[in-house]
Design a protein. Structure first.
Length: 361
């Protein structure tokens, strides 16, 4: 998946940006009535969102929006909330890495890149030979660990969280925050050739992962302490880390085979984690056709989370029609399939066959 990155701290560094004309005076349709189920979300990591796209996205229960849209398209975010007051809007950022060279339509990240290169190069994550650590092609990593060398008394994780709170999440348009790349270990990147403590020696894998986990935990805790318990925090990676501070996890391209048990492509482990990762957990399906979408959607409906199809999508599919409230929890059938009853439908999943769907009553 291509990562679309925003580093919020740049807003503080480069002042206030004007907000485009409000939509409050524009005529709009009546407020949208949300279905009880399925709960549908969009992973909108594009830095732009037109008013036409916002009108389609307003049908959704939850939208994870790149924070560049707060600067580029604030009127579109306003329209989302005006059309659907119950929609939950989460600000997206990836404090782990940024694009080099910079891509278009990202003025915030562009300014931050320039400032870090000039004044905060100690926050860049390096190999023992001094070369940058690369995870996603075309991007460079920053040091989120507690090993990070402080500048003016702050490590990168602390600085990013404080600026995020002050200059982005202070806008009432946001109901929560989504942190990309919030897994608690990093030693698997670059074959472990990482020197987070900047001593010129490859870090011990166990100590590095502990320091990385501490850094992310502190980053999230700073946000939670300021924003309170009603603010939604979601992290990307369906592991069982940071559940004391997060309200949910995103299972990107479900099922995931790196979480533990790999049976059925990791379906059992992924679903088991999904059952305990919080009310705002999100299951994403890759764009692999109708049958795959229906299989992953049915898997999501075995519990009470949200469903995303692809990335930067606002299409509305027939299976998103109302199925009412759930009647009890999921059950296992004798043939190894799983089902869950809803007021207007029965959801069935065959994990080994990668098959599932909704049978309407």
């Amino acid at each position: 998946m291509r990562k679309f990155v925003l580093f919020i701290s740049v807003v503080a560094l480069f002042g206030c940006f004007s907000v485009k004309q409000s939509v409050k005076s524009q005529p709009v349709a009546s407020a949208i009535t949300l279905a009880a189920n399925p709960k549908v979300a969009s992973y909108w990591t594009s830095p732009t969102m037109s008013l036409e796209q916002a009108r389609e996205l307003a049908k959704f229960h939850l939208v994870i929006s790149d924070m560049e849209n707060m600067i580029n398209n604030h009127t579109s975010l306003e329209l989302l909330k005006q059309l659907n007051p119950k929609l939950k809007l989460l600000a997206y950022s990836n404090p782990m890495e940024f694009f080099i060279p910079m891509v278009v339509n990202r003025p915030l990240q562009k300014k931050l890149l320039e400032d870090i290169q000039q004044n905060y190069s100690q926050w860049l994550l390096k190999q023992p030979n001094g070369q940058p650590v690369i995870f996603w092609k075309g991007m460079q990593m920053l040091n989120l660990s507690s090993f990070c060398l402080p500048i003016n008394g702050l490590r990168w994780n602390q600085y990013a969280a404080k600026m995020l709170l002050d200059k982005v999440l202070s806008d009432s348009i946001w109901d929560g925050y989504f942190m990309d790349n919030s897994g608690g270990n990093i030693s698997w990147v670059n074959s472990g050739q990482i020197d987070a403590d900047a001593d010129g020696i490859k870090d011990d894998s166990e100590k590095l992962d502990l320091a990385w986990s501490e850094g992310i935990g502190e980053f999230l805790s700073i946000i939670r302490q300021v924003k309170g318990q009603n603010f939604i925090l979601v992290g990307n990676k369906g592991s069982l880390e940071f559940l004391d501070v997060l309200n949910g996890k995103m299972f990107e391209e479900f099922p995931n085979d790196y979480l533990g048990n790999k049976d059925a492509g990791g379906w059992y482990q992924s679903l088991g984690n999904y059952l305990v990762t919080g009310a705002y957990s999100v299951i994403q399906a890759k764009t692999n056709g109708d049958s795959w979408r229906q299989f992953v959607l049915a898997s999501m409906l075995l519990d009470d989370g949200y469903f995303i199809y692809g990335q930067n999508g606002n299409n509305w599919f027939p299976e998103y029609q109302e199925i009412g409230e759930a009647i009890g929890s999921m059950k296992k059938n004798q043939d190894g399939s799983y089902r869950r009853e809803y007021e207007k439908a029965t959801v069935i999943v065959w994990p080994g066959k990668k098959k599932g769907g909704i049978q309407y009553k």
